[in-house]
Design a protein around this ligand. Structure first.
Ligand code: 1GP
Length: 245
């Protein structure tokens, strides 16, 4: 089934979902096999694959190993416009709507569009919003944008509203990989109140309680990368917490 329909169906049924973020950079096939097993054992709903600095061949390897080992949908979460590969189920087509860098809002997308068209990937338009999380993250540096201040839920709400009105299919609230603090409940609730589209929340989620808080505030999909990479033993508890929300 198409990935976006699945996400929407889960949302309609009030079922929260969990995505494990895999950054292929610096890893090999053995690691990807391990991650595939880990995701299956923990009962995750989606693999998100992407990172700021990955070479093409590692992305390809990561996608093909995970897809050959599991039936869990694999979604590219591109750290750059070069990360397009047909070996996935879908791609989040990101527009960085929290920033004012025209390249990230529409420039890279124009370059990527013909490749995406040929790729056969399901393209899911996503309003990507970086939220200040207490420390500078790779995403901020690489995108050359300012994040939305963590204590300004109204700005986040208006940004998400504009994204949804422009027709974007998802809103992704991201504190950035390895964020010191997850996106706040106030920000998630303010966004939830004004948009109907599914909301993805990630960045700095390390505990089941943080995942539960984000879900209760309105997140439909929780994304965890760093915490699970550092301590794979955490994964099962995080997934259970999300599924029990
Ligand atoms: C980052 O939302 C993701 O873009 C996940 O962040 O690695 O901090 O879990 P973490």
């Amino acid at each position: 089934m198409l990935i976006y329909s699945t996400i929407k169906e889960f949302k309609a049924a009030g079922r929260k979902s969990f995505a494990l973020l895999v950054d292929p950079d610096g890893h090999d096939a053995t690691y990807f096999e391990h991650v595939a097993r880990l995701g299956m054992d923990a009962g995750i709903d989606f693999f998100f694959v992407g990172g700021s600095l990955i070479a093409d061949d590692v992305l390809e390897l990561c996608l093909s190993v995970i897809r050959s080992r599991t039936k869990i949908p694999v979604i590219i979460f591109p750290g750059s416009s070069l990360q397009i590969n047909p070996n996935a189920d879908a791609i989040l087509f990101l527009s960085l709507i929290s920033g004012r860098n025209a390249e990230m809002l529409i420039g890279r997308q124009v370059t990527a569009a013909p490749y995406l068209r040929k790729s056969g990937l399901e393209v899911i338009s996503t309003g990507y919003m970086l939220i200040d999380s207490g420390k500078s993250t790779t995403a901020l540096y690489m995108s050359n944008t300012l994040p939305i201040p963590g204590d300004k839920p109204q700005i986040a709400a208006c940004t998400a509203m504009a994204g949804a009105m422009l027709g974007l299919s998802l809103i992704y609230l991201d504190g950035g990989s390895g964020a010191a603090n997850p996106v706040s409940i106030a920000i998630i609730s303010a966004v939830k109140e004004v948009v109907e589209v599914p909301i993805i929340v990630g960045g700095g989620i390390r505990t089941p309680q943080q995942a539960i808080d984000a879900c209760s505030a309105g997140a439909d999909v929780i994304v965890v990368g760093n915490a699970a990479e550092k301590d794979p033993g955490l994964l099962r508890g995080l997934v259970e917490a999300v599924h029990n929300c």
